[in-house]
Design a protein around this ligand. Structure first.
Ligand SMILES: C[S@@+](CC[C@H](N)C(=O)[O-])C[C@H]1O[C@@H](n2cnc3c(N)ncnc32)[C@H](O)[C@@H]1O
Length: 266
């Protein structure tokens, strides 16, 4: 009797185990299918929720642990810039509606996505080729693919690649000055992407000897003029004494004044 009961219960258990295995397999299969549809997020990555306004929160995937992960995380200077932009929009000092926007060195794309979420008509998020797919993933994740696109653009690249169609109303640059040798390439992009009425919004963490002084010194030679945003205009919760934000405009070109090609060749 006992042994009969034992046999019955072990048959039941085998049945249960098989069902469990089938269920696990189905879950695995569903997960794989989901991963194929979702933008890829590295095992070591995470998705950050970035609240811009009461109505707008961005979901931005980062990728950690890569050999060169400079463009794979949201930098503090980006958080200062996005919150400054959101505050300006909220106060009615900045109207992004109908504006064409480009972001340089977009990284995760958080700054350009902010412009898209807050009303811009068209946003091109650019960075080095290996980051384009990750930025596209973040565009999709936020349902902003009807406004924003990702493309490769290396600073100083001439001619500008096809999806880039200058001039843009707004050029966004967050934390891009950290390599002395790249300063002039970056300045030449700013000059070529901006038109007479454009505004370049740039934020940067101050790092001694990383090229900021060089950038300020060379700006007039590239026909650019910068104005530091007063600390009090930044978002009160999203500011730091070592993160600066500027508005940069293009100076009116004087007749006969040549673009500083000779500087670029130094
Ligand atoms: C410090 S990260 C800032 C990323 C992002 N803007 C942010 O603030 O979160 C610098 C970014 O500049 C990009 N970058 C560096 N050199 C570049 C170049 N020569 N051309 C285009 N992008 C470049 C990197 O790939 C990286 O995404």
């Amino acid at each position: 009797m006992t042994s009969h009961l034992e046999t019955d219960s072990s048959v039941g258990m085998a049945d249960q185990q098989q069902k469990q295995q089938q269920q696990q397999q189905k879950q695995k299969h569903d997960k794989l299918k989901e991963e194929q549809q979702e933008p890829h997020v590295d095992d070591l990555g995470c998705v950050r929720d970035i609240e811009l306004t009461e109505d707008h929160t961005l979901h931005v995937a980062e990728q950690h642990g890569l050999a060169d992960d400079c463009g794979c995380v949201v930098w503090d200077a980006a958080l200062v810039l996005v919150n400054y932009l959101a505050k300006q929009v909220e106060l009615g000092r900045l109207d992004l509606r109908g504006k064409r926007v480009i972001e340089l060195g977009a990284g995760t794309g958080v700054v350009g996505l902010t412009a898209a979420a807050l009303g811009a008509a068209e946003v091109l998020l650019t960075d080095l080729p290996h980051l384009v797919q990750h930025i596209s993933g973040n565009i999709k994740r936020n349902g902003l693919h009807h406004i924003a696109t990702a493309a490769a653009l290396q600073w100083g690249q001439q001619p500008l690649p096809a999806p880039v169609a200058a001039p843009y109303d707004i050029v966004l640059c967050s934390d891009l000055v950290y390599q002395q040798h790249a300063v002039q390439q970056l300045l030449s992009n700013m000059r070529d992407l901006a038109g007479p009425g454009s505004v370049i919004f740039a934020s940067c963490e101050y790092r001694e000897g990383a090229g900021l002084e060089e950038m300020w010194r060379l700006m007039p030679a590239y026909g650019l003029q910068e104005e530091l945003v007063p600390y009090t205009d930044l978002h009160e919760d999203w500011c730091s004494p070592d993160i600066l934000v500027w508005k940069i405009i293009k100076q009116q070109q004087k007749q006969g004044k040549q673009a500083p090609k000779q500087i670029e060749q130094q």
